[in-house]
Design a protein around this ligand. Structure first.
Ligand SMILES: [Zn+2]
Length: 394
């Protein structure tokens, strides 16, 4: 008996299994579809028993099902809409990066002196490029002549190229004529390298006198934060100094592009600064957007200037740029940001700072009165007035 029962049960099961697919096929057929697509509910079946040859493209079967199933109200997912392949192909991931500076937000200017250096200038440029950041390079004219390539790359990236004299001499010890000649010689090196003669000059060692400050036809800029990277030659020391400095908004950070340790520090500091919310801008951008002034010829931007000025309410647009306006993002040209900044500066834009006497810090000085550790200008700068001669003076 039991065996008979078992047999009956088994046969029933077998019957069911056979009847299943058949009824499914009938159902599909009655829905108006083509029998082979019966497995519409089970696409893989169609693939297996259908014509695999026509389905080499996995996307094809779906398309071929749509018309058939369009009449099936049970398929909410497949409403039969002619799919709009417009959207998927539009993912435009390679949109060109557009740099936008918001004058109302924190910004800091990283500056690098004494280059260009074939290896370390380029290492720093790599980091800047990867992070869509800009910096200002105060280059030594004769180094530019020897290594023009990094300077050209700086220009391509939109970094600001500035002069650090031709031979890294103490400019405050030169007679005016010699001083001008030195700067002109440096300018020729920049021109020969294919970039505009810089409008900004940072005097070696931060050493200035009246002539350097206001008789060169250039804008003289020092710095406000000295990492002393030349002294430590230690990336971590530089990183620690900057990270522990405190508020860097509106500051100009001094480093040197001729040390591996500095390049290593920059690799950490650039993304870190951006994570802290700082926009990395050029010196000219900082002056325009933060201090509200375009660099003026024969004007000295030293410690006194930066410590006595705060964030402006009226950021100034860079030449050729649309007005940024306070708090309004200033859009840079799409491809390269202000590649012509230094040259454009020579145009002497409106609003020259006539009211601010360029000689505000000059009275105490004479040509003979060079004081490498002059009070305001060299408070932060004093250490840098020792290091580099050996590196550059033959
Ligand atoms: Zn220097």
């Amino acid at each position: 008996m039991k065996k008979l029962l078992m047999c009956a049960v088994t046969m029933l099961l077998v019957l069911c299994l056979i009847a299943g697919p058949a009824s499914a096929a009938r159902a599909a057929g009655s829905a108006g579809g083509v029998p082979p697509l019966s497995a519409g509910a089970v696409p893989r079946l169609a693939g297996e028993e259908g014509d695999p040859d026509e389905e080499g493209d996995p996307g094809a079967p779906d398309d071929s099902y749509d018309p058939d199933e369009s009449g099936d109200p049970d398929e909410p997912g497949d409403t039969g809409d002619p799919e709009e392949p417009e959207e998927p192909p539009v993912p435009e991931p390679e949109e060109p990066y557009v740099r936008v500076i918001d004058p109302s937000k924190p910004m800091v200017a990283l500056t690098f002196d004494d280059g260009p250096h074939d290896t370390w200038s380029n290492a720093i440029l790599d980091v800047l490029e990867e992070n869509h950041a800009l910096a200002t390079f105060f280059e030594v004219g004769r180094n530019v002549r020897a290594h023009p390539e990094p300077v050209q790359r700086m220009a391509e990236l939109g970094c600001e190229i500035a002069s650090h004299s031709n031979a890294h001499k103490d400019l405050s010890k030169l007679k005016k004529k010699t001083l001008i000649k030195d700067l002109d010689t440096a300018d020729a090196a920049f021109t020969d390298a294919g970039v505009e003669p810089p409008a900004l000059v940072r005097p070696p060692y931060g050493a200035v006198n009246k002539n350097v400050k206001s008789a060169t036809g250039r804008s003289i800029v020092t710095w406000t934060v000295d990492t002393e990277d030349w002294r430590s030659r230690d990336a971590q020391a530089v990183i620690d100094y900057v990270q522990n400095y405190g508020d860097l908004d509106g500051e100009i950070v001094l480093m040197h592009s001729i040390y591996e340790s500095t390049a290593d520090a920059v690799r950490v500091l650039v993304p870190w600064l951006q994570e802290q919310g700082y926009q990395l801008v050029t010196v000219t951008e900082l002056l325009a957007y933060y201090y509200g002034e375009l660099p003026q010829p024969d004007r000295f931007y030293g410690y006194t200037y930066f410590s006595s000025h705060g964030r402006t309410d009226t950021p100034v647009p860079l030449p050729g740029e649309t007005v940024p306006g306070a708090g309004v993002p200033a859009e840079e040209p799409a491809e390269e940001e202000t590649p012509d900044t230094p040259a454009a500066l020579a145009d002497e834009p409106e609003a020259p700072a006539e009211s601010e006497s360029p000689a505000e810090e000059a009275p105490a000085e004479t040509d003979k009165e060079w004081k490498p550790v002059r009070v305001p200008d060299t408070v932060d700068l004093a250490p840098a007035s020792i290091p580099n001669p050996a590196l550059f003076m033959p």
